[in-house]
Structures are given as structure tokens and as C-alpha cells.
Write a new protein. Structure first.
Length: 267
């Protein structure tokens, strides 16, 4: 049996509404210069949504506002009955542990092994002293090994992260995010540092593992071809605003010109 099959949501979890409502979201790092401009999006409780657009258009800021790595200037982020934009302290920590994050630059602890990095996905659930002592529950350890198998790294479980390739590191990042047992996965340019073949493998892994657990995934990505191939929905952003929102087959060259500008790159 595929190890990932053991990670289906239980009956109680299956009834959770995993939709995310972004309402009138604005973010300005400098007064009067918004990076996000009154953005409103209703994300479905399942499926892969790809967010495309040129660098500097606010894609990463959108992701980082959702998981509160940066604080929104205005607006609402409604998820599982809470407005994430208003949460502080313990309430914010508890909300974050249900949001798995896959980073562009992996964000692994280089000196730790693969299994130890994956177990970091449980840090929001265990006392700090247990985490520092690396004393995780046996069920968590078993789950971590199963996820390592699910992302194809069984032979590397005890290898240090700094000895892995970029694609292998991103697989660890995906396993760590799933280790949180999240209700939402966010991925910020997960393929930008990878070769074309590995990029396809990583997107396929995100889409398949999220799909198996019926978890919605929001993926910022530059590669339009990958977005079309793996996403159920594509959102196009330009200058901090949404200019396209539809199915991959609805995305035409005219939309891409509106999103990215210029014509030469389409040829």
C-alpha cells in the first residue's frame, strides 16, 4: 500500500471547511505604495490554484500575508472561522500550524537529517523542550518516515540536508509541510531553483499529495506551462491586482499580455 494512503483525513477532519476567503486585502511596505491593491479572492476548499505574474507584482506578498509572515495593511483573511489578519499570539500560532508552507529556498535546517527536518513539521504541536531534545512521539516518528517514503526519499532519511540536491531538498520541504497535517498548503515559487524535469516532479508531487488528502494548495509560480498543466485554477496578477481568474484552458495569449506585458516573449 502507498504510504501516503495512511494520511487520509479522519471523519472529524473531513467535515472541516478548508475554503479561504481573501477580502479587500491591501499590503503596503511603504505608505502610499501598495504592493497588493484591494485584492479579493475566494479559494476553493480543494484543488490547486496557481498564482502567476511578473516579479514584484505581489504574488509572494499574497502568500506571506495569508500565513502572516508579513502583516496585511488592511483587509480580511477568513479561514476556518477566523480572520487570520487579526490573530495574535497563541491564536496565531495555532492557526499557522494548520497551514503548511513550501518555500522557494527550502528553509531546511542544513545540519539536521531528513527525518529531523520532516519532524520539524510537528513543532507547533509539541512542547518546546521536547523539540529541543528531539524527543518526538513514536507515532510522529512513524508518520515522518511514511511521508519520507511518500515523497521518494526513503534511502535518504538519515542523510543531512546539506548533502541533498535542490530537488531532494524541496521534497523534504513538502514532507515537512504535510507533517503539519495542514488544512491548506502554500508554496512560494517551489520550482524556481530547479531544472525543468525536477520542476515537473515537484509540481506533480504537490498536486498529488494535496489531492490525496483533499487539501487545497495555493502555488506561486513563474512557469505558465506548469501552471496550466497542474493547476485547477489560475489567478493572474499585475501591479498588485488580479487581472485574470479562470481555468487553465481559459488562459489565452491576450490574458498573458495583460499580466506580463510585451509581445516578444510569447513567440
Amino acid at each position: 500500500m502507498d504510504a501516503a494512503a495512511t494520511f487520509q483525513p479522519n471523519a472529524a477532519e473531513a467535515g472541516i471547511d478548508r475554503s479561504l476567503i481573501v477580502r479587500n486585502l491591501t499590503k503596503a511596505y511603504r505608505a502610499g505604495q501598495p504592493v497588493l491593491r484591494d485584492v479579493s479572492i475566494a479559494f476553493a476548499p480543494r484543488g490547486v490554484t496557481a498564482v502567476i505574474g511578473p516579479s514584484g507584482t505581489g504574488k509572494s506578498t499574497l502568500i506571506r500575508c495569508i500565513n502572516r509572515l508579513v502583516d496585511p495593511t488592511a483587509g480580511e483573511l477568513l479561514f476556518r472561522g477566523d480572520d487570520l489578519a487579526k490573530l495574535r499570539g497563541r491564536a496565531l500560532r495555532e492557526a499557522r500550524r494548520r497551514i503548511g508552507m513550501v518555500f522557494q529556498e527550502y528553509n531546511l535546517v542544513e545540519r539536521l537529517t531528513v527525518i529531523e527536518n520532516v519532524l520539524c513539521g510537528r513543532l507547533g504541536y509539541v512542547p518546546v523542550w521536547r523539540a529541543w531534545a528531539r524527543r518526538f512521539d513514536s507515532k510522529d516518528v512513524d508518520r515522518a518516515f511514511q511521508l519520507i517514503d511518500a515523497v521518494g526519499l526513503t534511502a535518504f532519511a538519515t542523510q543531512r540536508a546539506d548533502q541533498l540536491s535542490g530537488g531532494q531538498r524541496q521534497r523534504v520541504g513538502i514532507a515537512r509541510a504535510l507533517m503539519q497535517e495542514p488544512d491548506l498548503i502554500l508554496a512560494d515559487e517551489p520550482t524556481s531553483s530547479l531544472d525543468p524535469k525536477t520542476s515537473v516532479e515537484i509540481m506533480e508531487l504537490i498536486a498529488s499529495r494535496a489531492g490525496e488528502r483533499d487539501i487545497p494548495a495555493i502555488v506561486n509560480i513563474h512557469n505558465v506551462a506548469l501552471a496550466r498543466r497542474f493547476a485547477d485554477r489560475i489567478i493572474g496578477m499585475s501591479k498588485g491586482s488580479i487581472v485574470f481568474d479562470g481555468k487553465p484552458q481559459e488562459l489565452e495569449d491576450s490574458h498573458l499580455l495583460q499580466i506580463y506585458g510585451g509581445e516578444g516573449w510569447l513567440e
